[in-house]
Design a protein around this ligand. Structure first.
Ligand SMILES: Cc1ncc(COP(=O)(O)O)c(C=O)c1O
Length: 421
């Protein structure tokens, strides 16, 4: 891997000067595991939706660290909370209660409509907890053979071994076998396929309300409601992976709320901490006894610092009406992306998404990594999702003017791409 030139598949940015690729980049080259594909600059500080690298170059952040920095960078209230809490109490483990975590549990349940919460540190860990909850729930009821999980092609649930077994793209599982037993993948949106896969051994149906990593694919109208019905009919659980869609991203506290569907449990992470690592599993009261003392845990989960940060994120989203903002700014972004697709039909063919989780679908033959590099050269940070989608997940605080700026730069960047053919 050569970071100073062009990491595999990446287009070097305009500012990839020799000076920016000196000491820190050499350290990356020499000492970081080469499992990522970073562009050749080092981010140094941020404010709101802006990021600056060590050379002082500004970037407009339409990515938010994979839909995480929901309040943007260096939000004054989040900064103050973290500083104050770090000076009071950070970590005592789950051998003891801490007040911030108790308050967070109460507030998170109130916002999401669930009854109880288990805290951890990431999305994968929240999904692992949800998988264990589902299996152990039936085991405790004397149904040990009811352990199969229905999951979906193209889904993404994380990188731990349980989560990759649930993930519906074989490239994430390749070389890590043998895979966890008892997972059936069916096409996303295909009710008949789910019905055909159901049986007395199914513990749960696991679904993302919008498949994020898979290419920003919203579930078809009525699909989640059908899954709810099928789960009920077969005595199985509906398990929601709201790691990317949750905490305001789609314009509601949970993506599933857009469909008016209630799950039995949901996994949360990303936007919950606004950049401070935290994950959560929220669940219905009747599932509480599934994981008795000693059956599951997480050393750092729900520590006072992460809990205080998450409480501030929830409070700011509520007080600054950021769910409504995500809906409004999402519509603006969606309209703008659709207009770009109309004006540049050789480069992109449409847009899709919910709230501030949006994708611009590239035309066949357009290399998404080249498109990403061109956009980045113009100072806008995005990601690729699926095989052909540029994904936009800006902070929920993004302004109308910042969306406009991003749209203009993206259009200018894509207009430079020669028509595929
Ligand atoms: C839907 C979904 N589930 C789970 C994960 C994994 O989260 P983490 O990387 O925090 O483990 C992601 C991450 O992108 C995700 O989008």
């Amino acid at each position: 891997m050569s970071i100073a030139t062009s990491p595999a598949g990446e287009t070097p940015t305009a500012n990839a000067s020799a000076s920016s690729s000196s000491a820190p980049l050499l350290a990356a080259q020499k000492h970081l595991l080469g499992n990522y594909r970073q562009p050749p600059f080092v981010l140094d500080r941020g404010r709101g939706c802006e990021l600056f690298d060590t050379e002082g170059r500004r970037y407009l952040d339409m990515f938010a660290g994979v839909a995480v920095a929901s309040l943007g960078h260096a939000h004054p209230r989040l900064v103050a909370t973290i500083a104050e809490q770090a000076g009071r109490l950070m970590h005592v483990s789950n051998y003891f209660f801490n007040a911030e975590n108790l308050r967070l549990a109460e507030e998170l349940c109130a916002k999401t409509g669930f009854d109880r919460a288990f805290f951890c540190n990431s999305g994968a860990e929240a999904n692992e907890a949800m998988l264990k909850l589902a299996r152990r729930y039936f085991f405790n009821r004397g149904e040990a053979s009811r352990y199969r999980i229905i999951a979906f092609d193209n889904a993404f649930h994380g990188r731990t071994l349980g989560a990759v077994a649930l993930t519906g793209t074989s490239k994430y599982r390749e070389g890590f076998g043998p895979s966890l037993e008892g997972v059936t993948h069916v096409p996303y949106g295909d009710v008949a396929a789910v019905r055909a896969a159901m049986g007395p051994d199914v513990a749960g149906i696991l679904v993302e309300p919008v498949q994020g990593e898979g290419g920003v694919l919203p579930s078809p109208a009525g699909f989640l409601a059908e899954l709810r019905r099928l789960a009920d009919e077969h005595g199985a659980l509906l398990l929601l992976d709201e790691v990317q869609t949750g905490i305001g991203r789609t314009g509601r506290w949970l993506g599933s709320m857009l469909d008016g569907v209630e799950g039995d449990a949901a996994a949360l992470a990303k936007g919950l901490g606004g950049g401070f690592p935290i994950g959560a599993l929220v669940l219905r009261e009747r599932l509480n006894s599934a994981l008795p003392p000693g059956s599951h845990g997480s050393t750092y989960g729900g520590n006072a610092l992460a809990s205080a940060a998450a409480r501030t994120v929830l409070a700011v989203i509520e007080e600054e009406k950021l769910c409504e903002a995500a809906q409004k700014r999402g519509e603006q972004l969606g309209r703008g992306l659709a207009a770009i697709a109309e004006r540049l039909p050789n480069v992109c063919v449409g847009e899709r998404g919910r709230g501030l989780l949006r994708g611009l679908i590239l035309a066949p033959g357009v290399d998404p990594r080249v498109a990403l590099g061109r956009v980045r050269d113009r100072g806008v940070l995005l990601t690729v999702a699926g095989s052909n989608v540029l994904r936009f997940t800006p902070p929920l605080i993004v302004s109308e003017a910042e969306i406009q700026e991003a749209l203009a730069e993206v259009e200018a960047a894509l207009a430079e791409i020669p028509a595929a053919g």
